[in-house]
Design a protein around this ligand. Sequence first.
Ligand SMILES: Cc1cc2nc3c(=O)[nH]c(=O)nc-3n(C[C@H](O)[C@H](O)[C@H](O)COP(=O)(O)OP(=O)(O)OC[C@H]3O[C@@H](n4cnc5c(N)ncnc54)[C@H](O)[C@@H]3O)c2cc1C
Length: 315
Amino acid sequence: MTKGAEIAARLDLAGAGLEDTDVRLDEPMARHTTNRLGGPADVFVRPGTERDLAVLLARAHGTGVPVTFVGSGTNLLVRDGGIRGLVVNLGRMRRVERPDPDGRPGHVFAEAGASTGRVLARCRSWGLSGVEFLAGVPGSMGGGVVMNAGTFLGEFRDVVTRVTSLTLDGRRVVRPAAACGFRYRGSDLPPDEVVVSMDLDLAPADTATIDAAVERLRSHRRAREPQGVPNNGSTFKNPPGDHAGRLIEAAGLKGLRVGGAVVSPVHANWLVVDPDAGRPCTATDMIALIERVRDEVAARFGVTLELEVRVLGED
Ligand SMILES: Cc1cc2nc3c(=O)[nH]c(=O)nc-3n(C[C@H](O)[C@H](O)[C@H](O)COP(=O)(O)OP(=O)(O)OC[C@H]3O[C@@H](n4cnc5c(N)ncnc54)[C@H](O)[C@@H]3O)c2cc1C
């Protein structure tokens, strides 16, 4: 019996009465991460309804099976041994609505599985400004709010008014933005709750103004960031008053390689997968490269770089 089959049996998924959930056993996480790295999730589920999500969480809670929530995997580094237990992705719960266009024209509701690109496109079509920064942030709204992702145009905390989550025992928690503990590339949203939706407050604007901001961000990025190689965007957070990329470059580490993982010659804070390395890159290569970079920067400048990328799973 595979680990996936064992966990599915423990959760009694066959008897759970799931209505609309995509279930995969021993699913390679490399299929669900933008760096294309990561071993198997025992059971990977994509519920299509909140009811199914609640059933899955209750089963995991009742049986002690560990649960991990993932978004689009744009900020994940999953170790080669994969993730034990249940991995939940809300990519099929992706409504984006404007509940009250006449009374509260700037109010937008988005489910956690909606992609940032879709939210940006919908808001543009409604003539609402405030989420142009999403043009630089791939992934889901759920992952984005947990990370308080952003760019020089803004970040989630600028537009989110409240976040709705489910706890493992099925309680619905609605937090105003002030209770989410947003900070630079992080939040205090508890890791054992799944974000299901959020409300945003945006401002009316004409489409040309929105498009100009988006284009400015896109061209800024095109000129500075590696293209066409699997990656997670920035690997480290910027330390206070400085840039991780500047420190890594100043330490002479551009192009440094461990196996198939390399410090991008284009942007030093992007540790990327080299598809032409001669052998496939592993998460172990990437973690070894992260450690080399962190040690060298600490030795040279006395600054300990903190990871922005979230490492999950086991070796
Ligand atoms: C090319 C590229 C460029 C990038 N540029 C930027 C940038 O400019 N600015 C920036 O901030 N980031 C950037 N990133 C990183 C990434 O886009 C963001 O961190 C993004 O918000 C992560 O969203 P995700 O859905 O992929 O989440 P994931 O990477 O899947 O998960 C991120 C974290 O959120 C948690 N999580 C995800 N969904 C839920 C949920 N529904 N409930 C509870 N927890 C959840 C996960 O457990 C994990 O801890 C970039 C990444 C890439 C690949």
